[in-house]
Write a protein that binds this ligand. Structure first.
Ligand SMILES: [Ca+2]
Length: 293
């Protein structure tokens, strides 16, 4: 009898251990719903080939929004930037290391958070440059809406309902010939680590991305309370590209819902998925039944 009690106790402990593992391994759907893009953080990426498509936003674009829902599962190494999105706008995450000590004091940062950095590529004085950036703290294992938008004399970095306004306009560069890394529009990195300076790299993003939209309009009124979008994005005349990632689980081509045929290609295993696709509940039920026998 004692043996049986121990067995039950063991079964319960085993289940308790399993539940958080499932929750961690398979994020819930984003607020946009449906499937999402799953990236392993090793070499997965979704790519729009530069040779075919060029840059997404045309020459002279000074009003735009580039946005996505992101869910980081595994932070990058200390000397690696996890690349979320790249081309005329770059979105990346940096790990917590000593170099961020001063920044941490100035922003709402807590242990385990990463630093979200968003920059636009511009031409300043005839030379390629990046816009000044304001790092914001981003927690792993939850969905965040991130956006970069410009209009008139304001360029804004958005993380959920938080907005950091840079009081200057941004006209995005359309000539990327100076790029040290691939010119393709990418989500999740470049499929390989790219050295940017001694022992420092652009790397891959581990987690999920959903609902990416590129627009030639500033979409968010950040003076309003609670401007975070809560449902699936729609497309309109100002939408250049929109990916819902709602294809059936396991799909490796992601269609552009804007009608502009910017269909992304999943490289090295990047595919659509969601919580239900892996049926963690089914597995738990089976395990429970087996343990009770
Ligand atoms: Ca989706």
């Amino acid at each position: 009898m004692k043996h049986l009690q121990n067995l039950s106790l063991f079964a319960c402990l085993f289940l308790i251990a399993l539940i958080p593992l499932s929750a961690k391994a398979f994020p819930p759907p984003s607020p946009a719903g449906g499937n999402y893009l799953v990236l392993d953080g090793v070499d997965d990426s979704a790519v729009l080939d530069f040779k075919t498509f060029g840059v997404l936003l045309p020459k002279g674009t000074d009003e735009f929004t580039v946005e996505a829902w992101v869910y980081l599962t595994t932070p990058p190494d200390e000397n690696v930037y996890a690349m979320i999105l790249s081309q005329q706008v770059g979105m990346r995450l940096a790990n917590d290391d000593e170099g961020w000590r001063e920044i941490k004091k100035r922003i709402k940062w807590q242990k385990g958070d990463l630093f979200l950095i968003i920059q636009g590529h511009i031409t300043a004085g005839g030379k390629p440059a990046g816009t000044p950036f304001h790092p914001v703290a981003l927690s792993p294992n939850q969905w965040h809406h991130i956006a970069y938008q410009a209009k008139g004399r304001e360029t804004i970095t958005i993380l959920n309902d938080l907005a950091h306004i840079l009081p200057q306009g941004t006209t995005l560069a359309h000539d990327l010939s100076h790029f040290q890394y691939p010119k393709d529009f990418t989500l999740g990195g470049f499929g390989e680590k790219i050295k940017i300076r001694e022992d420092y790299f652009w790397g891959s993003f581990a987690g999920c991305i959903d609902e990416v939209r590129i627009s030639t309009v500033a979409r968010y009124d950040v003076d309003r309370n609670g401007f975070t979008p809560r449902r699936r994005f729609t497309d309109d005349a100002k939408t250049i590209a929109l990916w819902h990632f709602d294809e059936p689980s396991g799909t490796r081509q992601f269609s552009d819902a804007s009608g502009n045929a910017h269909h992304l290609v999943g490289k090295n295993g990047a595919k659509t998925g969601n919580t239900l696709a892996v049926e963690p509940h089914g597995k738990l039920t089976t395990t429970w039944a087996q343990l009770k026998q």
